[in-house]
Ligand binder design. Structure first.
Ligand SMILES: Nc1nc2c(c(=O)[nH]1)N[C@H]1C(S)=C(S)[C@@H](COP(=O)(O)OP(=O)(O)OC[C@H]3O[C@@H](n4cnc5c(N)ncnc54)[C@H](O)[C@@H]3O)O[C@H]1N2
Ligand code: MOO
Ligand SMILES: [Mg+2]
Length: 397
């Protein structure tokens, strides 16, 4: 059977460039930049006052002057005022331009203002204090964010500050989420005693949304002909099909046969892991990728994160996430020859270690305990006993 490592490698061999698009900068969150963001002017663009107070000439202080006549008051955004005499100062606010005739700012806390005069009553004043010098952060034309970086809230702020109303970003693949099964009813329906409500598609859609991806949703009934027609339509209209359910050995699991009839190349079917063993992965002749996840909700959840998101990051050119490791805080045994994804809660201890506590559950159909799960500990395939204190890779979701 295909191992997790082999499955990952086969999936990562299917990367594709979906091109670029221009989007309003506020809609670029989570997308990948396809152009650098450059400083349109120096940052800061002028000598920026960083404390509310008075602006003076340092030489005046050096020459023993400590009482200054307030010549003007300058707010942030005002044109700079000027001082003509050494014993003059300007009342000045945070964010204002430092006047060319001053070089030092003294906070209100360190002066006393009375009758139009400011008296400085502290000693240790440094030349140039409380000023954020022009261009010290970045020079005009410097790269503020590089092409290939993911747009974070900090990058949105950069785009806004340099007046980039639109950003060129990598196009994401067109994704359709497909659930299947006649036992599933819509969320707003009352299920019969033999039915359940659909939930997988909503989980998948929510996870994609967290990663800045929109997707359409479709449900396929357990009918081989309808299954084939619907999947064919999706292969023609989407880049990625994310299916859940209908891929195991049940009499009504029509998905693998439909994919075969539609000549979608099966790259692998079944991975030596739990949950998620029946996972089916393939590609049609025009390049559409099919991730057909097992229907059990925890299996869909694990496979979506472990495989689809890994593929998505790679296809968008983002660096693979550095592995995170955690310490198992309790002995655990798992006998099948499968790589086990153990549901855990995480806590960091006083030694700076990440501790993983297993979340008791009832298998991959137990989606209720996903709400208590913070991560999955990846337990090696070749072992059955895992001891308290051992370190394993952890996948945080
Ligand atoms: N004889 C065997 N039977 C099964 C095997 C096996 O190896 N041999 N594997 C088991 C494993 S592991 C899994 S996981 C499931 C995978 O089954 P399918 O992918 O065929 O999924 P379904 O049969 O359609 O559904 C399984 C389960 O999940 C529920 N489900 C499905 N879709 C949704 C949805 N959108 N929202 C909520 N719940 C969903 C469905 O009702 C079933 O309870 O096969 C085992 N069987
Ligand atoms: O994928 Mo199944 O959920 O391995 O139990
Ligand atoms: Mg089934």
């Amino acid at each position: 059977m295909t191992t997790v490592e082999q499955a990952e490698k086969l999936i990562l061999a299917q990367l594709k460039d979906y091109g670029n698009e221009t989007v309003p900068f506020e809609q670029a969150l989570g997308k990948v930049l396809a152009e650098p963001i450059l400083a349109d002017r120096d940052l800061p663009p002028f000598n920026r006052v960083t404390m509310d107070g008075i602006a003076v000439s340092y030489d005046a202080l050096q020459n023993g002057i400590n009482t200054f006549k307030i010549k003007a008051t300058q707010a942030a955004g005002d044109e700079p005022a000027t001082i003509d005499e050494p014993n003059e100062c300007i009342e000045i606010m945070t964010g204002a331009v430092l006047p060319a005739s001053a070089d030092t700012v003294i906070r209100y806390e360190d002066v006393e203002i009375r009758a139009g005069q400011a008296c400085v009553y502290v000693q240790d004043i440094k030349k140039g204090q409380n000023i954020h010098p022009r261009g010290i952060d970045k020079k005009q034309g410097d790269v503020l964010a590089a092409s290939g970086q993911m747009v974070t809230p900090a990058i949105i702020s950069l785009a806004a500050s340099v007046g980039k109303t639109h950003l060129l970003v990598k196009k994401t693949p067109r994704v359709v989420i497909i659930s299947s099964g006649d036992e599933l009813v819509d969320v707003d329906q009352i299920p019969s005693p033999y039915q359940i409500r659909k939930s997988n598609s909503y989980t998948v859609k929510a996870v994609l949304k967290q990663h800045g991806l929109q997707a359409d949703v479709l449900h396929i009934p357990d009918d081989p002909e309808v299954t084939k027609i619907q999947i064919q339509h999706c292969l023609q209209n989407y880049d990625v099909l994310l299916l859940s359910g209908g891929i195991s050995m049940g009499k009504f699991d029509y998905i693998p046969q439909a994919l075969e009839d539609l000549q979608v190349e099966n790259i692998f079917h079944k991975v030596a892991q739990r949950p998620g063993k029946p996972f089916w992965f393939g590609r049609d002749k025009d390049g559409a990728l099919v991730f057909a996840f097992p229907g059990n909700p925890v299996a869909t959840f694990v496979c979506l994160h472990r495989y689809f998101l890994t593929w998505l990051n790679a296809t968008l050119g983002l660096p693979q996430q550095l592995p995170v490791y955690a310490v198992l805080d309790k002995d655990f045994e798992f006998l099948p020859a499968l790589q086990y994804y153990l549901q855990v809660k995480l806590k960091s201890n006083q030694h700076g270690q990440l501790m993983a506590s297993p979340v008791e559950g009832n298998g991959s159909g137990d989606f209720a305990n996903l709400a208590d799960t913070e991560a999955f500990l990846e337990l090696p395939l070749e072992r059955n006993e895992f001891k308290k204190g051992e370190v394993f890779r952890v996948w945080k979701f």
